[in-house]
Design a protein around this ligand. Structure first.
Ligand code: FAD
Ligand code: NAP
Length: 337
């Protein structure tokens, strides 16, 4: 097991902030991950698990042990009449995992194509896009308890999944290192095409809807709409879409008839991007950081010289101005360190 001291995390966060980890360990196996946790325990150091850093804001050097799993095998573990059960190691890139399953004709993850990050991070915020969430195809996960190194299994119910949430962001925050995720994937495709843009893209591609073409359509849309973190540092959507009660929504609708909202369990989910754009933030700069000019929900490290602190300052201004104008409190999505 290699321990790198004062290691740069510039390539382990998609904002590209140039901060350091006191220690960085990249385990190649579960045994090495256990060894890394044991080492941190013996040296009385905090552990932070990092995947690709596509949902974090690093505001300062990390004075602890960053563990970045790089083990990435996957295997079909069982099947029944309707499902394939596929176990994928934490260090596999998420999109490669989606492509692998689609190539094997294990269906379900197509709408989650091209989400950055590693498989081990996907349950943390129950990743979602285009009407599908991880929990729709999640069977169970394996994880090591950080303080003991002991292995645990969490079923779907154990994880307490909800909209961009899981038990690992709440009650069990920072307590487990996820080592693998087992998916429950369909033998017969069930396509989900309701989100605006999917059918239009399929029509433009001149193809019938199938899991493979839907996956490709989503990649095309995402490539057009979202900044590639390799070219423009960002962490995807910076705020969650707020859910408000119907009464508040009706009041807002009188003032803003064009407000973008969707039904959500006797409430209304408002497009946070619309609120931010309406509040005048789209394309605005604050020094080296900015609100993306095509998608107001994405904050960017616009000239590569920005910092986590500057992003947090920009986010605070946006939150305040959205609250002042609409009476809605935005909740930040990425984790701040
Ligand atoms: P990191 O950012 O490294 O970590 C995120 C959190 O998970 C941290 O708290 C970390 O400690 C924890 N963590 C990471 N790995 C483990 C592990 N093995 N065990 C325990 N804890 C762990 N998200 C969506 O939901 N839907 C989208 O459509 C989407 N689109 C995006 C588009 C862009 C351009 C970008 C930059 C981000 C997008 N995201 C999206 C956010 C992000 O890609 C996901 O949240 C992703 O799952 C994060 O993976 P990661 O490996 O980068 O995790
Ligand atoms: P979009 O298509 O412009 O839509 C704006 C918002 O409206 C989305 O956030 C989405 O909510 C909601 N929405 C759109 N159609 C909907 C429908 N038919 N039913 C219910 N809600 C609907 O959004 P976008 O920014 O280009 O993103 C497309 C998808 O990728 C979304 O699902 C989004 O969550 C996901 N995405 C996530 C991140 C991230 O970092 N978390 C980054 C990029 C994209 P939901 O967000 O609840 O789906």
């Amino acid at each position: 097991m290699q321990i790198n001291e004062q290691a740069s995390l510039k390539h382990l966060n998609t904002f590209g902030f140039d901060v350091k980890a006191r220690y960085l360990i990249s385990p190649h196996s579960i045994a090495e991950a256990q060894e890394a946790l044991e080492w941190a325990r013996q040296h009385n150091r905090n552990v932070i698990v990092l995947g690709e850093g596509s949902n974090v804001v690093l505001t300062k050097d990390v004075d602890g042990v960053v563990v970045h799993p790089v083990f990435s095998n996957c295997q079909l573990v069982s099947e029944d009449a309707d499902f394939f059960y596929v176990e994928v190691a934490a260090g596999m890139n998420w999109h490669e995992c989606v492509q692998y399953t689609l190539n094997q004709q294990y269906w379900g993850l197509e709408n989650l194509s091209l989400i950055p990050g590693l498989v081990g991070a996907a349950p943390i915020q129950n990743i979602g896009a285009y009407g599908i969430e991880l929990c729709d195809f999640f069977h169970e996960l394996s994880a090591l308890e950080i303080t003991t190194g002991q292995s645990h299994i969490f079923t779907n119910a154990d994880c307490d999944f909800s909209y961009r949430e899981s038990i690992f962001k709440n009650k069990l925050k920072d307590q487990f290192l996820i080592t693998s995720v087992t998916f429950k994937l369909l033998k017969k495709p069930q396509l989900k095409l309701e989100y605006a843009g999917i059918q239009t893209e399929l029509d433009a591609m001149g193809v019938q809807a199938s899991p493979l073409t839907v996956g490709q359509a989503i990649c095309n849309i995402r490539n057009r709409k979202l900044p590639n973190p390799k070219q423009l540092g960002n962490a995807g959507s910076f705020f969650k879409n707020p859910v408000i009660d119907v009464e508040q929504y009706e009041q807002l609708k009188i003032k803003y008839p064009e407000i973008v909202a969707y039904d959500a369990d006797n409430a209304k989910k408002i497009a946070a991007g619309w609120l931010i754009e309406k509040a005048g933030w789209k394309g605005k700069h604050l020094g080296s950081v900015a609100v993306h000019d095509k998608q107001a929900l994405v904050l960017v490290n616009s000239d590569g010289k920005g910092s986590g602190e500057a992003i947090i300052e920009l986010a605070a201004h946006i939150k305040q101005s959205v609250f002042n104008q609409f009476g809605i409190t935005l909740e930040q999505e990425p984790r701040v360190y």
